[in-house]
Design a binder for this molecule. Structure first.
Ligand SMILES: CC(C)(COP(=O)(O)OP(=O)(O)OC[C@H]1O[C@@H](n2cnc3c(N)ncnc32)[C@H](O)[C@@H]1OP(=O)(O)O)[C@@H](O)C(=O)NCCC(=O)NCCS
Length: 206
């Protein structure tokens, strides 16, 4: 195993490693399909076994262009991601990535502190506490929808189409478990979204 700087040629392997590591954590829904690129100063490391990424660490360093940290007024560094492929966990790889990042961070003498956010995974919390991090703030990531926004919608099969109604009126979309089902192109424009995935229903007539 060796630790090197991230390079674009590792992107697919980087994404797979992150996906698998996050799959077994409280971040399981947090999927990246492209490696996030920062235009700020950063330390981006990968642990390689052959040319397969088995661990990764991304740290963004506050610089003249931007300050990403906000828990203290001084300049700091922000750990964006640490992940180790599940088949290689508990072998000291995260520790080695972290130690290497700390070594490189020394170059930036003005950096006063490191900030990061994680969820309630024991592995990550124990890891950070072991490095001397202290819990400073706490909040919740909540996946839902504000009360009062959801309309009661009933969906029924029409003649070759889906008919959605609310209060006796036909509607173009329904919010189902925090995901909108949109029934026509016009209604798509009514929804603020960054992803629209086609869904196809099939019928087999016997
Ligand atoms: C957190 C994570 C990166 C640790 O990677 P790792 O390579 O297995 O960690 P290491 O083997 O270097 O362990 C270093 C220390 O972390 C702690 N630790 C790691 N895994 C742990 C676990 N499953 N339970 C409790 N503590 C754990 C221990 O203190 C360990 O030191 P020790 O071996 O002397 O007890 C890994 O579990 C992971 O990828 N988790 C999913 C992604 C994630 O939650 N990332 C953090 C959010 S950004």
């Amino acid at each position: 195993m060796k630790i090197v700087n991230y390079d674009k040629r590792y992107e697919d392997s980087w994404l797979r490693c992150r996906l698998l590591a996050y799959f077994y954590s409280a971040f399981y829904e947090d999927v990246e399909t492209e490696k996030p690129v920062s235009n700020q100063t950063s330390i981006e490391l990968v642990a390689l076994e052959g040319d397969q990424v088995i661990g990764l660490l991304d740290m963004i360093v506050d610089d003249e262009s931007n300050k990403l940290t906000f828990l203290r007024s001084e300049k700091g560094a922000f750990i964006q991601t640490i992940a180790v492929h599940p088949d290689y966990q508990k072998q000291g790889i995260a520790q080695k990535l972290y130690d290497e990042a700390m070594e490189r961070l020394r170059t930036y003498e003005y950096v006063q502190f490191i900030e990061l956010y994680t969820r309630d995974d024991q592995a990550a919390n124990t890891f950070y506490e072991k490095q001397g991090f202290e819990k400073t703030v706490s909040y919740f990531d909540v996946f839902g929808v504000e009360k009062g926004i959801r309309k009661p919608v009933s969906v029924k099969p029409g003649n070759g189409e889906v008919i959605a109604e609310s209060g006796g009126e036909r509607v173009g979309f329904a919010l189902v478990d925090s995901v909108y089902e949109v029934f026509d192109e016009e209604s798509l424009a009514e929804i603020d979204h960054d992803r629209a995935v086609p869904v196809y229903g099939y019928v087999k007539t016997l």
